[in-house]
Ligand binder design. Structure first.
Ligand code: ADP
Ligand code: ZN
Ligand code: MG
Length: 495
């Protein structure tokens, strides 16, 4: 590695290795469930294969391959006719076989890309490869962190969960870009239905960071492979969120800048992101590929995907759907964005827009429903099986059987807080729109009961009418239309 002059201006260069757990029913090479049971005991959701017992053989999960093909299509990757599995050999207690089944020189996805928006500028991030592999077990450092624990426990329940490792080109030029990329990637994976972002540890990121001399950056922003290989970099592990990635990388960039400023050299090393302390800590010098002694997995034949891949459809992806929402429903960019933030939201909006005016549907789904859900830290998936109730609520408003104000401020909120259907809330709170007889009676009563306000009105005090409207609204439980009440009162008083 070259000596790095301290004084030279440098460009931040980042490449990501993103591990995502694929949503399949069973593990990638055995029939064990991927779904943790409530209060599950460690090492119970296992079998001889995922425990790595001698003689146990792997059988590839078709669902995992389908998910990988969907991802490949979504990132415009080449999916080769034949894809193969290798053993990656290393000793670590979370890996009972002492090797990980993964893909090496024939990964299932090659040379893809993903477009992200950073400060409303489109940026295309190259994806070198994406391959299938098995998740190791998990370690629990007893009594503290990896550095302070007295001993470590191992749990193989996670071992064998299907993973897709998505490796990007070193195309990022700032920590903020990685955050935008991860958000976009998660959105796409969620649309594909291959990923559950709410599951703990379903997304894990290793981030490679270096500071490349400005003189190596071409006018078009590209950097030669030689220059990238020539500079020492740190690989930061243990990042588990978009925000974590941005924070860890911001810390690491500053750390490297300080090292260079002091006239020292950046080590080629693996560092650990300590989220609680907000720092990266040196773990070990970085492994080289040759350390892993990759060789073909003899127990899994080569996998032919060429004929099969055309039969695996993918849904309309978020960018395309946003565009279509703008055109088809006349939505502005912000509403279209909100309404396509997850596939569940977009599907629900389209369902509502089929029945009502798109503008009304957009207001109800984007502003009212999502707003109230956000406020409660809930998401549309929490109310997925109650969407008919929300449609009935909108129906009641559209048919003038419920005022907008009551619908938004009382019924919707009670539906979420009390888990009741709209009819129950309306009945309990007496919110049905008052019939004309009831309103007329309340108008007469307000005039009879408030002679002072009536004489004030006749003396030209306009404020008095507002008071009387208030009385009627109160008497009808807010279910009358204030404008209409105002008119009725004036008619009575002036007549
Ligand atoms: P290795 O085999 O050492 O892990 P790879 O070529 O597989 O290296 O790249 C691993 C990751 O490192 C990729 O995400 C890639 O984009 C990134 N990377 C490569 N060179 C650099 C660099 N100079 N600075 C930052 N990231 C880099
Ligand atoms: Zn198993
Ligand atoms: Mg690598």
């Amino acid at each position: 590695m070259s000596t790095q002059a301290a004084t030279e201006e440098r460009t931040v260069v980042i490449g990501l290795e993103v591990h995502v757990q694929l949503e399949t029913d069973t593990k990638i090479f055995c029939g064990c469930s991927t779904e943790p049971e409530e209060d599950e005991e460690p090492n119970t959701r296992t079998c001889p294969t995922c425990l790595g017992l001698p003689g146990a053989l792997p059988v590839l999960n078709e669902g995992a391959v389908e998910a990988a093909v969907k991802i490949g299509k979504a990132i415009d990757a080449d999916i080769p006719e034949t894809t193969t599995f290798h053993r990656k050999n290393y000793y670590y207690p979370d890996l009972p076989k002492n090797f990980q089944l993964t893909q090496y020189d024939a990964p299932i996805c090659q040379s893809g890309e993903l477009e992200v928006r950073v400060d409303s500028e489109p940026r295309t991030i190259g994806i070198t490869r994406a391959h299938l592999e098995e998740d190791p077990g998990s370690l629990q450092h007893a009594g503290g962190s990896i550095e302070t624990a007295t001993h470590t426990l191992v749990n193989y329940n996670r071992a064998g969960t299907p993973l897709m490792e998505i490796v990007t080109e070193p195309d990022f030029r700032s920590p903020a870009e990685t955050r935008a990329f991860l958000a976009k990637l998660e959105e796409v994976l969620e649309y594909l239905g291959v990923f559950d972002p709410t599951r703990d540890g379903s997304l894990r990121v290793d981030a490679n960071v270096s500071l490349v001399p400005e003189s190596e950056v071409a006018a078009d922003g590209t950097i030669s492979d030689d220059a990238l290989a020539d500079v020492n970099r740190a690989e930061v592990k243990n990042i588990s969120s978009h925000k974590g990635a941005e924070q860890a990388l911001a810390y690491e960039v500053t750390r490297q800048e300080n090292v260079l400023r002091r006239g020292r050299e950046i080590e080629q090393e693996t560092r650990h992101w300590d989220e609680a302390r907000g720092v990266t800590v040196s773990m070990r010098s970085k492994e080289a590929e040759k350390d892993y002694r990759y060789f073909r997995e003899a127990d899994l034949p080569a996998l032919e995907v060429s004929d099969w891949k055309s039969q695996i459809p993918i849904p309309e992806l978020p960018d395309a759907r946003r565009e279509r929402f703008r055109e088809e429903y006349g939505l502005d960019r912000e509403s279209a964005s909100k309404l396509t933030s997850t596939k569940a939201v977009a599907d629900f909006f389209e369902d509502v827009a089929e029945q009502f005016d798109p503008e009304l549907a957009a207001t109800w789904v984007a502003d009212n429903l999502l707003g109230e859900l956000n406020y409660r830290e809930m998401s549309i998936t929490d109310v997925e099986d109650r969407l008919d109730e929300f449609k009935r609520l909108i129906e009641l408003v559209a048919a003038d059987e419920l005022t907008v104000k009551n619908a938004e401020e009382i019924v919707l909120r009670e539906m979420l807080d009390a888990g009741e259907d709209p009819e129950t809330v309306i009945e309990r709170e007496g919110l049905g729109v008052a019939d004309s007889g009831e309103v007329a009676a309340a108008v007469t009563a307000a005039i009879d009961d408030n002679p002072d306000a009536v004489s004030d009105y006749h003396d030209g005090d306009e404020g008095a009418i507002n008071f009387l409207v208030g009385q009627v609204m109160q008497a009808t439980g807010g279910s009358a239309d204030p404008g209409e009440v105002n008119g009725l009162l004036r008619e009575e008083l002036d007549g």
